[in-house]
Design a protein. Structure first.
Length: 369
């Protein structure tokens, strides 16, 4: 039944695309001749589910606000990323896009578009990371923005992608960090040479106080070194293995005085159990909590150890030092920018090739803690 529904959905999508390509043709504009000196509002469509990709976009939002401090910055986001987008201090309004509801109820989608069009955006931007989003392109095109900006890279493109945008960029991706690729989408607005590429995410003071009180009740005081460890990852190929993390933490704490706080997400109970069963020293487990609460606990850590996954970027955005294990993805492209963010990587892209001893050797060589 599910397969049948999926087939119907894909056939409907294919028909929708053919209709779109017949009617849609955005007028091409010369990016060098555009005038945004009086820009008052800008829309960024970022409705993918990936938490890390949203945080990697935070330097782009900061650059927009620095160039146009009086402008309103609006972001379209999926449900999974609403807390993340709302925690980025440079976004003025977050608009929720519910893809499932849009498929089932065309009036919902029409209402969303009318809401966006009422804001009369000067520009709409669709940054492209790991895949081209047809939905994002359609939302940007229908938003009524004066100038629609999109683009593609060597390995992320869509055959008819350019028809949705007034300015369509061909961005060089090879060997460049994703944060820099996102910033390229701002060049038509006169923004280039951005130096601050750090991530940003804000946590309310009451959340921090609540975390501090909980930790104190567990005997963990602010002056102590606290290592946070998270064994999970949304992509199975990005999981190093909970047992490996336990061995690495054991090596670290054998040589350094530190306490350990174990994080895990919903559905990762087995990973948590495997991790704690392998730890030789005492530890404290934080059961799954909402993102803002989890972020408050992350911010209390001296170091956060994890896979190449979304929580890595949350910790980095909070100013916490990180040590991440990379396999398929290269840290040169995906590790957070700036000082304090360390990693170990298998150059063949196979995370299972990395032993705890090899990870600890890199940990020591890079003087992480």
């Amino acid at each position: 039944m599910k397969k049948t529904l999926r087939e119907i959905e894909w056939k409907a999508r294919a028909l929708f695309e053919r209709v779109l390509f017949f009617f849609i043709r955005a007028k091409k504009l010369d990016a060098e001749k555009l005038d945004f000196s009086s820009l008052k509002s800008v829309l960024v469509v970022r409705q993918h589910n990936e938490l890390g990709d949203m945080l990697i976009s935070s330097p782009m939002f900061r650059a927009l606000k620095e160039k146009f401090p009086g402008a309103k910055v609006v972001c379209v986001a999926a449900k999974a990323n609403l807390p993340v987008a709302r925690g980025i201090p440079f976004i003025d309004e977050v608009v929720h896009y519910d893809s499932k509801r849009a498929l089932r109820n065309p009036f919902y989608f029409i209402g969303l578009i009318l809401k966006l069009r009422s804001q009369r955006f000067d520009a709409a931007i669709v940054p492209c990371t790991v895949s081209f989003s047809l939905t994002s392109a359609v939302i940007a095109f229908l938003s009524g923005a004066r100038v629609k900006i999109g683009g593609e890279t060597e390995d992320v493109f869509y055959g008819n992608g350019a028809i949705f945008f007034n300015v369509y960029l061909k961005i060089k991706k090879a060997g460049r960090p994703q944060v820099e690729i996102n910033l390229d989408y701002l060049k038509p607005l006169g923004i280039s040479g951005v130096t601050d590429k750090s991530y940003s995410f804000s946590v309310k003071e009451e959340e921090l106080e609540r975390a501090a009180g909980w930790l104190a009740a567990k005997g963990i005081l602010p002056a102590e070194v606290l290592i946070g460890v998270h064994p999970g990852a949304g992509k199975i190929e990005n999981r190093w293995g909970a047992g490996n993390f336990a061995s690495l933490i054991n090596l670290i704490t054998e040589n350094r005085k530190a306490k350990v706080l174990v994080f895990y997400g919903p559905g990762e109970e087995k990973l948590k159990a495997e991790l704690v069963s392998g730890l030789k020293q005492g530890y404290t487990v934080l059961n799954p909590v909402p993102l803002f609460s989890a972020a408050a606990f992350m911010k209390k850590c001296s170091l956060f150890v994890c896979n190449d996954t979304g929580v890595l970027h949350v910790a980095a955005a909070l100013g916490v030092n990180t040590f991440a294990v990379f396999g398929k993805g290269s840290p040169a492209l995906w590790n957070p920018p700036g000082e304090g963010h360390f990693s170990v990587w298998d150059s063949q892209g196979i995370i299972g090739n990395i032993t705890p001893a090899a990870a600890y050797a890199e940990f020591t060589r890079q003087a992480v803690l």
